[in-house]
Ligand binder design. Structure first.
Ligand SMILES: Nc1ncnc2c1ncn2[C@@H]1O[C@H](COP(=O)(O)OP(=O)(O)OP(=O)(O)O)[C@@H](O)[C@H]1O
Ligand SMILES: [Mg+2]
Length: 439
């Protein structure tokens, strides 16, 4: 099972058929609506030619154009920002296609979940852009820490553009919050008033929704939307390892919800990310430099973006046009120094560089564990680690007095390990590379 994600995602991308996606001509708007609202101005296309796209929706005149288009950036490497445009999103074609099919064909809700920094928001941005391109109404909401169901839904309902909502005089406005706050029943009634087009509601940082019963209420609301065939679908995005961890699953919500776990990227994807970024800067990437960057990024899109940014800055400072292995190594040392304070409280109390009674130097073991091939969520077994018979030593690192630096799970009778914190694996790689003179 190890490598399932890695294999799946590589295969899916390598074998992805060139899809020709149906684009319906925009049907003429209903006379009553067209009379009232002027035609929409043309939108900038998010879609890559020939790439996956939603089929064109019936136009709702005057639909919200306010959602911002990608801003100009100084570098194509964006470690601090989620990807905004389809041509900068590397890989993920299979996930985009799955999200489109789920929303468009199945009218299902979607849950995008996975580890921090794997690219959940980036994927959601592109799906949202494609949906807007096709004429869906799109609402984007980031859940704030400790928000209640009523807070979250109130903000979402406020953002639904009025063009999508029934304008019958005798019905109250969608955002008219009940004095006692929103409940599942009142929120369902409000969403029922979406009478034009179809509205996609993206809720990022959904794992922050911590108030008691809030996730159960969300599951209930999703179920209502499906059962009543309302013109609204939800895309929930959050840090979680499983769907059940993200959402308190309603008995039969499974049928209405498509789960999209976000794996790490493949090495081939990261190579594309690095070379594409260098090309945009007019730089060449030396093969040795690429090899080192791939090794240190180890499938992490965030680390690849960060190392790409730092390495190309070094190249440009030298006034050169080729990113060399020395630039890559300098970038790696810089990232290691910048990351040191992040992990100081976790690592500094541990005797990592001393030999344990059974002869293990934890720093060496951690370096090998960080280098080990892993699945899309960072899980590996002792056999993947280039240290013989290390299962007990790895298990020791899962103890609270050892950080813990690793966590363990038993799957199909086999013990698997993963680093406990986002980016800890990459940090251990950087430290190990420095110790062994690679950088
Ligand atoms: N497919 C991709 N192609 C290129 N860059 C990517 C891709 N996915 C993610 N990135 C980059 O990785 C970094 C993290 O991405 P993003 O913010 O989307 O992750 P996230 O899973 O939403 O993280 P968090 O859990 O912290 O919200 C960003 O710098 C983004 O530009
Ligand atoms: Mg995010």
């Amino acid at each position: 099972m190890i490598g399932l994600w890695r294999t799946r995602s590589r295969t899916a991308q390598a074998d992805a058929p060139e899809v020709m996606l149906a684009t319906r001509d925009t049907p003429p708007a209903a006379p009553t609506v067209a009379d009232v609202h002027p035609a929409e101005p043309p939108r900038q296309s998010f879609a890559v030619p020939g790439g996956p796209a939603f089929a064109r929706q019936k136009q709702v005149n005057g639909a919200d154009d306010a959602l911002s288009l990608p801003a100009e950036r100084r570098s194509p490497f964006t470690p601090t920002q989620p990807v905004q445009s389809a041509d900068s999103l590397i890989g993920r074609r299979d996930l985009i296609e799955r999200a489109i099919a789920a929303i468009e064909l199945e009218r299902a809700h979607v849950a995008i979940f996975g580890e921090r920094g794997h690219g959940k928001t980036s994927l959601a941005n592109i799906v949202a852009g494609l949906a807007e391109e096709a004429g869906f109404g799109v609402v984007r909401q980031a859940c704030s820490a400790g928000a209640s169901f009523s807070d979250l839904i109130g903000e979402v309902l406020d953002k639904i553009p009025t063009r999508y909502i029934s304008r019958a005089d005798d019905e109250p406005g969608v955002a008219g919050a009940p004095a006692t706050g929103w409940t599942v029943a009142t929120a369902t009634a409000a969403l029922r008033r979406i009478r034009f087009g179809h509205v996609l509601i993206f809720i990022d940082e959904f794992d922050r929704l911590a108030a008691q019963n809030a996730r159960r209420d969300m599951a209930e609301l999703l179920k209502n939307c499906s059962d009543m065939a309302l013109r609204a679908s939800f895309v929930l995005i959050g840090v979680a390892e499983s769907l059940g961890e993200l959402l308190s699953l309603h008995q039969s919500i499974h049928r209405n919800l498509v789960a999209l776990p976000m794996p790490l990227l493949t090495d081939a994807d990261l190579a594309t990310l690095l070379t594409q970024g260098c090309e945009r800067l007019g730089l060449a990437l030396e093969w040795e430099a690429e090899k080192l960057l791939l090794q240190l990024a180890h499938q992490s899109p965030y680390t690849a973006q960060k190392l790409g940014l730092l390495a190309t800055v070094h190249t440009q400072r030298r006034g050169d046009k080729t990113v060399t292995k020395a630039d890559a190594a300098a970038a790696a040392r810089q990232l290691m120094e910048e990351s040191r304070p992040v992990f100081a409280s976790l690592l500094d109390p541990l005797p990592l560089d001393r030999k344990s009674p059974d002869g293990v130097i934890w720093a060496d073991l951690l370096y090998e564990a960080a280098r080990a091939p892993c699945d899309g969520f960072g899980w590996f077994t002792a056999k993947d680690v280039n240290v013989p018979h290390c299962e007990d030593d790895l298990a020791t690192l899962t103890r609270p007095d050892a950080g813990p630096l690793l966590r363990a799970r038993r799957l199909s009778g086999r013990v698997e390990f993963a680093f406990t914190r986002a980016n800890l694996r990459n940090y251990m790689l950087l430290r190990g590379a420095e110790r062994s003179g690679v950088i």
